[in-house]
Design a protein around this ligand. Structure first.
Ligand SMILES: Nc1ncnc2c1ncn2[C@@H]1O[C@H](COP(=O)(O)OP(=O)(O)OP(=O)(O)O)[C@@H](O)[C@H]1O
Length: 580
C-alpha cells in the first residue's frame, strides 16, 4: 500500500493567501501568449489547436438568439492565455537552480479553464529543449518562412530575469508554507524513495529478470534517459538555440517513453490524445495512445522508436507489465522525464491511488511531475505535501468557485406540483428546457447526473416510458466502446435540425465518472438529480457546462431530506463565494 492515507475528500482546501496573491499578480500582467516564455513553434501549435477546437466555437449553438458567427469570424477568434495557462507556463518553465532534480507542481483552476494546455505547453517546451541539449539534428529557422510570427516573438521577448524572480517569489511563498507544515509531517517522500529502492533491489534479484530476450532492455532505456540534468545553465542556451533552429524530419530514434499524461477514463484518453494529435504535424511529436483498443506489438514498435507523449490511464499502463516481455516496470518507465496526473484528485482517490502510485514510483528519472485538477480536496492536498514537501501550488484566484457564467437553480421537488417526486421535477425541467426556445435550429442535449450507477437505467426507463424522452444511459454492462458511442453524441457539436421550428432534445443519464474533464461541446443545460456527495463532485458535474465563460444552466433537484445538505449553497452562489 502507498505510505499515506486516502479518503473520500469531503472538504476543499485553498492554497494560502500569500501564494494566491503572488499568482494573481503574475497573471494580471499577461494578456498574450507572446508574453510567455514559450518557443515560437509551440506557441503557434497551441494557438492553431485552440482556435480550431475551442469550446468558444460552440457560441453559435449556445447563444442562438445572437447573430450567428461565420466560419471566418470564428477562425479570427483572439486566443489569450487563461490565468492557469499563464501561471503554469511561467512557473513550470522557470529556470531551475543547479542540483534541482524532480520538481512537483499542483495546477488547480476552475473547470473548463484550459488546464490541458496549461500542462501541455510546458511539456512540449521540455521535450523540445531536451532535444536541443542532446544535440538532435536541427536546421536554422528560415525567418521569412516563419514570418511575422517569429518577428513579433523576437520583439516580445520576455525579460527572463524578471520572470524568474517572480516565479522565485512565489516559489519561496510556497516553500515557506511547506516548511511550516514539515514539523508535523512524516517525510513521506523519503519513505517512498526507500520503498522504491527495496522494490528495485527485489526486482533486480528476480531470477527471470535477467532475460536476454527481453524486449525492453533496461540498459537501452537508461541510456535513452541520460540527459545532462546537472547542467541547468544549458537550459537558457537551449532556449536561445531552439529559437533560431527547428528540428529536421530525421530526428534520432530514442527507445523509451519521454512523457506520460495519465487520466482516469477512456473518454479522457481520447480527448487529450486528440489535442496532442492536432499538434503532431506542427511539432513532429511522436505520440501514442495505450488504451483498450491498442495493440501490444504496435506499442513495442513505437516504444523502440521512441514515444514523446504517451496518453493512458494508470490501470492500463500497469497492464503493460503483465506482458512477459515487460517484466521490469522500471525498464518501461525509466525514461519518463515529464509526467502529468490529470484529474489528480480522482487519480489519487481510493479507486485509483494504488495504480497511480505503482506507475509513478517506477519513473525513476522523472524531472517534472504535474498534478492537475479543478478541485483540491484537503486530504489530497495533505497527501501531496507529505509525499512532496516542496510541491509548488499553482492555483487561480477563482479556484473552487462555480463559473460566474453558470446560472444555478435549485428546484424543490417536495413542493407542489411535484409532491415529493424527483422524477416529476426532472421530467418537468426537461420539458421546460425542450420548450424554452433556446439553441434554435440545433439538437438540444442535456446531461443528467445521478449518484449511483444502478439508478441510471431506472431513471432512463421512467423518462422514456412515462414521459417519452429520447434518453441514453451509462450502464455497468457497457463495454468501453458502447460507453464511448453513447457519450459521443454529447461530446460532438449538436446536429443541425432540418426544421428549425421543431425542438429535439436528447438526454444522457450518467454518474460522476463522466463529470471529470470531458469537454461536452455546446452543452447548455446540466441537471443534478441527486445532491452530489461533496463539493468536489458538485464543481465537476456543474462544470460540464459554462466552459471557458460560456453561458450555461445547472438545475439541482432536491427534496426536503436534502435541504439541510444544501442550506448554504444559495448564499455561496449569490455572493460568488468559494465552495468549502
Ligand atoms: N486560451 C484559451 N482560449 C480559448 N479557449 C481555450 C483556451 N485554452 C483552452 N481553450 C479551450 O477551452 C476548452 C476547455 O479546456 P480544457 O479541457 O483544457 O479545460 P479544463 O480546465 O481542463 O477543464 P476540466 O476542469 O473540466 O478538466 C477546450 O475546448 C479548449 O480548447
Amino acid at each position: 500500500m502507498p505510505p499515506y492515507k486516502f479518503g473520500s475528500y469531503p472538504s476543499l482546501k485553498l492554497p494560502d493567501e500569500k501564494s494566491r496573491e503572488g499568482i494573481a499578480r503574475l497573471v494580471s500582467k499577461v494578456d498574450d501568449f507572446r508574453e510567455l516564455k514559450i518557443l515560437p513553434e509551440i506557441r503557434s501549435a497551441l494557438l492553431q489547436e485552440i482556435k480550431a477546437h475551442t469550446v468558444l466555437r460552440s457560441q453559435n449553438y449556445i447563444n442562438s438568439d445572437k447573430k450567428k458567427k461565420t466560419e471566418g469570424e470564428l477562425n479570427g477568434l483572439i486566443i489569450r492565455p487563461t490565468p492557469i495557462q499563464t501561471a503554469a507556463i511561467k512557473m513550470i518553465n522557470a529556470k531551475r537552480s543547479a542540483g534541482e532534480f524532480l520538481k512537483v507542481f499542483t495546477l488547480a483552476a476552475e473547470t473548463g479553464s484550459g488546464k490541458t494546455w496549461a500542462y501541455l505547453a510546458p511539456l512540449f517546451q521540455y521535450l523540445r529543449l531536451e532535444d536541443v541539449k542532446r544535440g538532435e539534428e536541427y536546421v536554422i529557422v528560415d525567418r521569412k518562412e516563419v514570418g511575422a510570427e517569429a518577428e513579433v516573438d523576437a520583439e516580445a521577448e520576455v525579460n527572463e530575469a524578471d520572470e524568474v524572480n517572480e516565479a522565485d517569489v512565489n516559489e519561496a511563498d510556497v516553500k515557506a508554507e511547506a516548511e511550516l507544515n514539515e514539523a508535523d509531517e512524516v517525510n513521506a517522500e523519503a519513505e517512498l524513495n526507500e520503498a522504491d529502492e527495496v522494490n528495485a533491489e527485489a526486482e533486480l534479484n528476480e531470477a527471470d529478470e535477467v532475460n536476454a530476450e527481453a524486449e525492453l532492455n533496461e540498459a537501452d532505456v537508461k541510456a535513452g534517459a541520460e540527459v545532462n540534468e546537472a547542467d541547468v545553465n544549458a537550459d537558457s542556451e537551449a532556449v536561445e538555440f531552439a529559437k533560431k533552429h527547428k528540428p529536421t524530419s530525421h530526428r534520432r530514434h530514442r527507445t523509451g517513453i519521454r512523457s506520460i499524461v495519465l487520466v482516469p477514463t477512456h473518454e479522457l484518453v481520447d480527448q487529450v490524445y486528440s489535442t496532442v494529435e492536432h499538434t503532431e504535424a506542427t511539432l513532429g511529436t511522436k505520440l501514442f495512445k495505450w488504451d483498450t483498443d491498442s495493440n501490444f506489438k504496435v506499442f513495442i514498435q513505437a516504444f523502440r522508436q521512441g514515444i514523446d507523449v504517451l496518453v493512458t490511464t494508470p490501470p492500463k499502463l500497469l497492464s503493460l507489465t503483465r506482458y512477459d516481455s515487460v517484466r521490469n516496470p522500471r525498464a518501461l518507465l525509466g525514461s519518463v522525464k515529464f509526467c502529468v496526473v490529470d484529474e489528480a484528485d480522482t487519480l489519487m482517490d481510493e479507486s485509483f491511488v494504488q495504480d497511480t502510485y505503482n506507475v509513478t514510483k517506477n519513473m525513476c528519472n522523472l524531472n517534472t511531475l504535474v498534478f492537475a485538477s479543478a478541485t483540491i480536496p484537503s486530504q489530497f492536498n495533505s497527501t501531496i505535501h507529505k509525499l512532496f514537501p516542496d510541491a509548488i501550488s499553482v492555483s487561480t484566484p477563482s479556484l473552487h468557485k462555480l463559473p460566474k457564467s453558470i446560472e444555478f437553480r435549485v428546484i424543490n421537488a417536495s413542493v407542489s406540483p411535484y409532491k415529493g417526486s424527483k422524477m416529476k421535477a426532472l421530467a418537468q425541467t426537461l420539458y421546460a428546457i425542450h420548450c424554452d426556445g433556446s439553441e434554435r435550429g440545433f439538437e438540444k442535449r442535456v446531461i443528467v447526473f445521478v449518484n449511483n450507477k444502478d439508478d441510471c437505467e431506472k431513471v432512463a426507463c421512467r423518462l422514456h416510458e412515462k414521459y417519452g424522452h429520447d434518453v441514453v444511459y451509462i450502464s455497468g454492462d457497457d463495454t468501453t466502446d458502447d460507453r464511448k458511442a453513447k457519450v459521443q453524441t454529447f461530446i460532438d457539436p449538436p446536429k443541425d435540425l432540418t426544421d428549425p421550428e421543431r425542438s429535439v432534445l436528447k438526454v444522457l443519464i450518467c454518474t460522476d465518472l463522466l463529470s471529470r474533464g470531458l469537454n461536452f461541446t455546446g452543452i447548455r443545460n446540466v441537471v443534478l438529480l441527486d445532491v452530489p456527495h461533496n463539493s468536489s463532485d458538485l464543481v465537476h458535474r456543474a462544470g460540464r457546462t459554462g466552459r471557458m465563460n460560456q453561458s450555461g444552466r445547472v438545475f439541482l433537484i432536491i427534496n426536503d431530506q436534502d435541504k439541510s445538505h444544501v442550506k448554504g449553497l444559495p448564499k455561496v452562489l449569490r455572493n460568488n463565494r468559494r465552495l468549502g
